[in-house]
Design a protein around this ligand. Structure first.
Ligand SMILES: [Zn+2]
Length: 545
């Protein structure tokens, strides 16, 4: 059936299979199109790094909330975990004379929240949404990783500087989507590669430079076999620590890519799946950056999940319209940040909870509504009454409204995928927070062309970002990394380096296009204006194998 999105006015399709899913989840069909639903969820998920005081102990900690957001209370990891903090103390009765969102809003802003969603990390300043890491800096969505700086989604990796979606890899720089790689630099969409640089869409390649679409090759440059000596000559030129040499290489590689084919999407070991960057999945529809899925639709950044629709980040089963569920999320609806929790509705920041409705910042609780505890029978009766009430108010089936989000729109993931200017954000009644210059000292302006020109007190100096004009400093750990690998100094601020990786990843939207070889209709994230030769999966396999 066709529906008109209540926000964008665009027509969108709801299939028979979608209806079956909604029935299984006991939810009505959505009133918003998939994009507007995703925007609404992402508007609750911060993307930036701030220093902010814990509202309990006063210590300054990394936060995904700006210190200027005084409406919300946040606790550091220690204070949040402490037995002294029990959010059921904020429990309250449900008032059937008022809308649900209004009551949840009051609760949400009264209860302290986890400052960064960073748990069990060692020596990790500036990381958010992270678990069990060591010596990481300015990274988001990090698990079991060491010595990683500047990026998003590092899982079981070591020694990566500037990365996006890096899994099970060691040593790397400026990588976008890499799995099982070792010492790979300036590359995108690489699996099982090592000691290589400037690779695109390569698998199992070793000691290769400036190559695209290669499989199981060694000592190749521009897709041609070369001698060890020739390879070494180019390698030494690239890794000399000179910006000029590196830029020469980047330009040559980009010229070379104009002659190459581009796969419509990267979908590996999958059946009946659409989207991009999908591995080991069956029936994953319109999904991006996901792995090991069964029967999921409109999901991004999730792993080992099944029967999920409209879920961004992490892991679950039978979940709908959620942001960051799991590990082991089961039957979560309209919720955000629910760790190891099941049968959860309309809740935010829950840890090891079961059967909770409209609750927030709870740890190991069951049968709570608006943070108040009930018996199982009371809970079941009251929740069905509330759902009926929400059907009357038009709230049931809708994720939390954007205007309720504590995050200013421009500091959320929504701004990354659905960017708006300040005027548009304010006219929609959402929050906006202008960026502040954090560094007071004046900037040096000049970043040395060559690594060898770095002086002793280099990390105390302030520089201007070549792209944004913002001030920034280098951190000692990154300098060590550049020196070890002969990588020239970056000329843009860390935040912009991360944005540049996102720009490389491309869009999360499917366009129709004709395969450059067979002419058949294909779906791809390459927009119509992209001039490269995009080919179907079938034709691509003929090229690479
Ligand atoms: Zn604290």
């Amino acid at each position: 059936m066709k529906k008109i999105c209540a926000v964008s006015g665009q027509e969108f399709e709801i299939t028979e299979k979608d209806l079956e899913f909604y029935k299984k989840m006991s939810v009505p069909p959505p009133t918003l199109c998939p994009e507007e639903r995703e925007r609404r969820r992402w508007a609750w998920r911060g993307k930036d790094f701030f220093l902010r005081e814990c509202d309990a102990c006063g210590k300054k900690k990394m936060a995904w909330f700006s210190p200027e957001l005084t409406e919300i209370k946040t606790y550091c990891e220690d204070c949040f975990r402490s037995e002294a903090f029990d959010a059921t103390k904020y429990g309250r009765d449900f008032d059937f004379s008022r809308p649900f969102f209004e009551q949840f809003r009051e609760l949400y802003y009264a209860v302290p929240h986890h400052i960064s969603n960073a748990i069990k990390n060692e020596n990790c300043e500036y990381i958010i949404s992270a678990h069990q890491n060591k010596n990481c800096y300015m990274a988001d969505e990090v698990d079991d990783s060491w010595d990683c700086y500047f990026g998003y989604t590092f899982q079981r990796v070591k020694n990566i500087t500037e990365g996006l979606y890096i899994h099970d890899s060691e040593i790397g720089y400026q990588l976008v989507k890499a799995e099982n790689c070792y010492a790979v630099f300036y590359s995108k969409n690489v699996f099982h590669c090592s000691e290589s640089a400037f690779l695109l869409n390569c698998r199992s390649c070793k000691k290769c430079l400036f190559c695209a679409n290669l499989r199981n090759k060694e000592y190749h440059i521009f897709n041609q076999k070369v001698s060890k000596e020739e390879f070494q000559k180019y390698w030494d030129f690239l890794f000399s620590g000179s910006q000029k040499n590196r830029e020469t290489c980047r330009e040559k590689f980009s010229e070379f890519l104009q002659t190459q084919y581009f796969p419509a999407a990267t979908i590996i070991h999958c059946e009946d799946s659409t989207g991009d960057y999908i591995t080991h999945s069956k029936n994953a529809q319109y999904c991006f950056c996901v792995d090991y899925l069964r029967d999921c639709k409109y999901c991004t950044d999730i792993h080992r999940s099944q029967d999920c629709m409209d879920v961004n980040i992490y892991e679950g089963e039978l979940c709908y319209e959620c942001n960051h569920i799991g590990p082991e999320g089961y039957k979560n609806r309209f919720s955000q940040l629910t760790w190891f929790s099941s049968d959860i509705d309309y809740s935010i920041d829950l840890y090891n909870c079961q059967n909770c409705f409209g609750s927030t910042s709870l740890k190991k609780e069951k049968y709570c509504i608006l943070n108040k505890k009930y018996s199982r029978e009371e809970y079941e009766q009251l929740t069905s009454k509330i759902i009926e009430h929400m059907k009357q108010t038009g709230e049931w089936g809708e994720f939390f409204p954007i205007e309720m989000s504590p995050q200013p729109y421009n500091h959320t993931m929504a701004q990354r995928f659905y960017p708006l200017i300040k005027k548009e954000v304010l006219s929609r009644g959402w929050k906006w927070l202008d960026e502040k210059e954090e560094i007071k000292e004046s900037a040096e302006h000049h970043i040395p062309e060559n690594l060898s020109e770095i002086g002793n007190d280099f990390t105390s100096k302030v520089f201007l970002c070549e792209e944004t004009g913002k001030k920034f400093r280098f951190i000692p750990q990154e300098i060590k990394f550049y020196q070890k690998w002969g990588i020239p100094l970056p000329t843009v601020a860390p935040v912009q380096r991360i944005e540049n990786l996102w720009n490389q990843l491309g869009e999360r939207k499917l366009y129709n296009r004709k395969c450059a070889i067979s002419g058949e209709e294909i779906e791809t994230t390459y927009p119509p204006e992209f001039e490269g030769k995009v080919v179907s999966q079938e034709e691509y396999l003929k090229i690479v194998e």
